[in-house]
Design a binder for this molecule. Structure first.
Ligand SMILES: *Cc1c(COP(=O)(O)O)cnc(C)c1O
Length: 362
């Protein structure tokens, strides 16, 4: 028998969350952002659930090919554009729309031989300072692009650094609107946080939700998934493979980082950092055993964790352990709660589920 660990992608949750994004987006079109192999869920596993999106947005050309191979004829957007000139051949062949964020990408386009002109998204650096043309250079880039026979329609995009936090998006919106004022073309501005929190200002023509589609609140802990009416899209579960009874003073695991105050029963669950469970979790990280919320104790090992069975009288070898997501009885443990205990965000946890973990879809 294989180890009992299993990741499950939930079609219903994915569909629900996409619908939730659509509700916030109102009449804007919705890119389903599926970069990083659909935030670790697997492009092939989420594809059917996201068919109702207006397009798929991602970075990796091989992932774009996989979406075309699934039969998708609609828009696909490369969020970072091309990395080298010959990527443009694939864009022509597969009809990929691509971001243009620097002069080198315009040079490549100008030298590209194609029968079909490309739809491009011209990116402005409105303050994030990663990719994009500076506001004062944006118009010149637009003018240069619009003169190229290789270019069909030009849309305008930018990306927010603080849509999830107190600084908000106003400063970037002002920069963007001023620099793009009378330029024609669709606008694409909002990630999940802006779609949920700043829809009125930043909706534009295309929203680009990612994390919310996967059931994680983009602005946790200010708001949680329940607040935004998002459903879990992934469950990571396993079973207890051992039980130990400890007396006061006994310790658990490497480094003896947990020591029992009094008699306590500990369950040993078949999951560890080699499965993608974060090693930074320590005593207190929430976990469900038989659907009952309890806590991890001690350190995360490569293949095992140890959990407190106080308050879980049913806990025994074979008991279901839910690391995040939905227990079979329906109890929920948000990936955001676990991420917080690990000092990180839901994004990182879902992207990090290891290849050795079998993956199902329900
Ligand atoms: C990843 C990404 C998104 C989606 O961001 P979320 O925070 O996951 O919603 C949107 N736009 C761009 C350019 C991205 O790279």
């Amino acid at each position: 028998m294989p180890r009992p660990i299993l990741a499950t992608a939930h079609s219903q949750g994915l569909r629900h969350n996409l619908e939730r994004a659509r509700l916030s987006a109102r009449d804007a079109k919705v890119w389903a952002v599926v970069k990083a192999n659909a935030y670790g869920h697997g492009i092939e596993r989420v594809f059917e659930s996201f068919r109702a999106a207006d397009g798929f947005a991602l970075l990796d050309l091989a992932e774009a090919e996989r979406i075309r191979a699934l039969g998708w004829r609609g828009p696909i957007l490369l969020l970072e554009g091309v990395f080298e000139a010959r990527d443009l051949e694939l864009c022509s062949r597969l009809d990929l729309w691509h971001t243009v964020h620097c002069d080198a990408q315009i040079d490549m386009l100008a030298a590209h031989k194609t029968h079909s002109a490309h739809r491009v998204f011209l990116k402005m650096n409105s303050g994030m300072n990663r990719l994009g043309f500076a506001p004062e250079r944006f118009r010149a880039a637009w003018t240069r692009l619009s003169a190229l026979p290789q270019v069909d329609e030009i849309s305008l995009m930018t990306h927010f650094s603080d849509a999830d936090g107190p600084r908000g998006i106003r400063h970037q919106m002002q920069t963007f609107e001023q620099a793009a004022r009378d330029l024609p073309g669709d606008r694409s501005l909002a990630n999940s946080a802006a779609t949920l929190r700043h829809a009125d200002e930043a909706r534009g023509d295309w929203v680009r939700p990612g994390i919310m589609l996967y059931g994680s609140a983009p602005d946790f802990p200010a708001h949680d998934a329940e607040h935004w009416q998002l459903q879990p899209a992934m469950t990571l579960s396993t079973r207890l493979i051992g039980v130990q009874t400890l007396a006061a003073g006994d310790t658990v695991g490497y480094g003896s980082s947990f020591s029992a105050d009094g008699p306590i029963t500990i369950g040993i669950a078949a999951v560890g950092y080699a499965d993608g469970y974060p090693r930074h979790c320590s005593t207190g990280t929430p976990v469900l055993v038989d659907g009952v919320r309890t806590r991890m104790v001690g350190r995360v090992s490569m293949d095992m964790i140890t959990v407190d069975l106080t308050g879980v009288p049913s806990g025994r070898i074979g008991s279901e352990v839910t690391l995040w997501g939905r227990a079979s009885g329906g109890a929920l443990l948000s990936i955001d709660d676990v991420a917080q205990a690990a000092g990180t965000v839901g994004y990182e946890l879902m992207c990090a589920v290891a290849p050795r973990v079998p993956f199902a879809v329900d």
